[in-house]
Design a protein around this ligand. Sequence first.
Ligand code: CO
Length: 515
Amino acid sequence: MENRVKPAILPYMIPPSYPAFIAQLEASAHLISALGVLHWDQEVYMPQKGALRRAKMLGYLTGIAHRQFIQLDRGGQLSSLRRWAEKHPNAKEAAVIREVWRAYQREKKLPGAFVRELSELTSQAQMVWARAKGEADFKMFAPYLKRIVDLKKKEAEYVGYQESPYDALLDAYEPELTSAQVSGVFTDLRVFLPKLLKQIRGSSHQPSSSKKFHGSFPLDRQRKFNLFVAGKMGFDLEAGRMDISSHPFTTQFHAEDVRITTRYRETDVMYSLGSTIHEVGHALYEQGLPPEHFGTPLGEALSLGMHESQSRVWENNIGKGRPFWKFFYPKLRKAFPRPFGHMPFEDFYRTLNRVEPSLIRTEADEVTYNLHIILRFEIEKALIEGTLGVKDVRDAWNEKMKSYLGVTVPNDRVGVLQDVHWSGGMIGYFPTYTLGNLYAAQFYRAAKRAMPSLETQFTKGNFVPMREWLRKHIHTHGKYYSADRLVRRVTGEPLQSKYFIGHLKKKYGELYRLK
Ligand code: CO
C-alpha cells in the first residue's frame, strides 16, 4: 500500500509570527496539563468532601484556559496564519494551524460563563453519579442529567450544525463525522451482530462458563501481573503510572507522563487484566506522540475513535488471541496455579472468548459489545434531539437491553448508571468506541500483512514490532492527517465495517464451529 502522495517537501518560509504562536499554545498546554493532574487526582485520590471545592477550582481554571485559548486570534494573528496555511497545505506548520483553527472556531462560539457552568456542573454531577450508582438510584442522578442535557443542547446551538444537534457534539470527539454516517456504519453491525449472536447461542460447542476463572487472587499479585503484561506491551513505567479508580481511564499530562488506572476484583484476575490491556493500548498512543510537539496538534492524538482503536487492537485483536496467550498463559498459570494450573490452554482460550450477552458494557465480549454502544448512541441522540426525556431514559435503556441483548436489567447500578460519560458531559462520545473496533480490525489486518511473522513473535513474548508499527504509522503523526486520510494511508482503503465483521466471522465461526 505505497501508492500514496508524499507531503510536499518544497522549501517554504515559516511566517515570522509562528514561533510566538507556538509559545502561546505551549502556555495553554501547561495549564491544561495541570487541569489534567487535578482531574486525575479527583478520580484516584481525592476524599469525598473535597468534591465541591475541587469542582469550583476546575471550573475556574477551565475558564482561564478557555479565555487564554480564544485570545489566540486577538490581533488577528491566527487568521493571518490560517491564510498562510491554506497556501501551504502539506506543511507541518499548516497542520498545526488548521487544527488549532478548528478548535478555536468551536471554542470561541462558547461563552466563558457557559464553559464555567458546564465544568462546575459536570464535576459535581460525577460525584452525584458515583453515589447514585452505589445506591442503584437513577432518580438521584436524573436532575443532574437533565441539566447536563440542557447545557449540551445549548452547546450544540452555540456551535451550530447542519442536520442534527447531535452532530455538533459528535464533532468534538470525532471531527467531521456526522450521525448520519455513524448510523450508516452501525446499520451493518445491527444486521450482522444479532444474526451471529443467534448462531453462537444455538451452537452445541459452548465453552465452559467464565466462573471457571474465578478464585482468590491477592491484589498485590494481580497488580504485579498487570504490570508485567503492561511492560511486555511496551508501556514505559518511567514515563507513566498505574493506579486504581472505579472507572478505568488513561490520561496524559504530556507524552512523558501518562497515567492509566485499573480496578481489581479479588475473585477474578481477568477483570482487571482486560481493562489494563485496554488502557495500556491507550497509553502507548500517548507515549508514542512526539514530545517535541507538546502543546501543538502534532503532539496530540488524532481523535477518540482513533484512540479507541489503539486500546481495542491490544485488548481484543491481540489480547484475546491465541498467540498472545501462548506466551502469557504459562506465566499466568505460574502466578495463579489455582484455578489455572490444571486448565488446558484450549479450555482457557475458549472460555476467555466466550460470548454471552451481559449487563455491563466494559465487560462485554467482542460480539455483543457494539450492541451496548448502539443502544447508548440511540438514547443520547434522542435526548439531544428532544425525542426522549430524561425521565424516560431508564425505561428506554431497560427496553433496549431486553430487545437487543435479551438481558433483563435488575437495577440501575448495572443498568443506566453504569457509565461515567453522561455525568461528565460526554455526550457524543459513545460511537467512538465502535469506530475504534472497526479501525482496530482494519489496522490489525494491515499490520499482519506487513509483518507475516507478527503473531509468531507474540508467542515468544516479543510485542515490540507491533508497538513500533503502530507508533510509526499512527502515533507519531499526531493530528497531521485527518482520520480518513490516515486510515487510507495505513490500510489503502477508507474505514469499512467488513474487516471487523470478517474478524468475528472467522474467529467465532471456528470457536463455536458455525457453518
Ligand atoms: Co478506551
